[in-house]
Design a protein around this ligand. Sequence first.
Ligand code: SF4
Length: 227
Amino acid sequence: MRIAEIFYSLQGEGELIGVPSVFVRTSGCNLRCVWCDTPYTSWKPEGAEMSVEAIAAEAAAYGARHVVVTGGEPMIAPGMVELTGELKARGMHITVETAGTVAAAVICDLMSISPKLSNSTPWEREGGRWAAQHERLRYQPEVLRKLMESYPYQLKFVIARPEDAEEVERMAAETGAEAGRVMLMPEGTKAEMLAERGRWVAEICKQRGWRFSPRLHVELWGDRRGV
Ligand code: SF4
């Protein structure tokens, strides 16, 4: 499995925000979000091949109870089902961070699904060569329903424009998501932008009964790897 990084930090988003966690970040993604904050796993994937046993041993060595399997898109990484089995055998609480376009029979305590809205489509980046694939794959309602039925879940949306709320409303209705499990996060890789966008995103959450998620790692450490 190609791994971009393994590190120990605080969960920065969602309902486990602030929980000390080991992050296992796979490299490789089937999407190409224009604002991707880990382009070293998508636009220019980097990383070394590691065995499932070596990944699980390195993750467990930190001594943390929580592990976050993220990417890239971890659900397309070969060996992911085995890796989650190895992590669970070590007694870890497993969060899988996925865009929800692919289902795999992973072991997972929290399926953290972040479906991508139309604000993510890279129409102008690299001449738009990824835009058609991204548009075709980014929203898979059947996969979302299956994941939501199979695991405890949260549905996190990256919000860049006020009108994104209408897309969230439609996706939540089509997939049967509970309002209390829908979370909005402002898009941005700088604390000032998160604060500015966060104020109007918070108003949307109040109006529609959704939850607001900060991006703690960006606020604390900025747009850096390994945090
Ligand atoms: S799904 Fe995630 S890793 Fe893939 S391009 Fe989008 S933001 Fe980046």
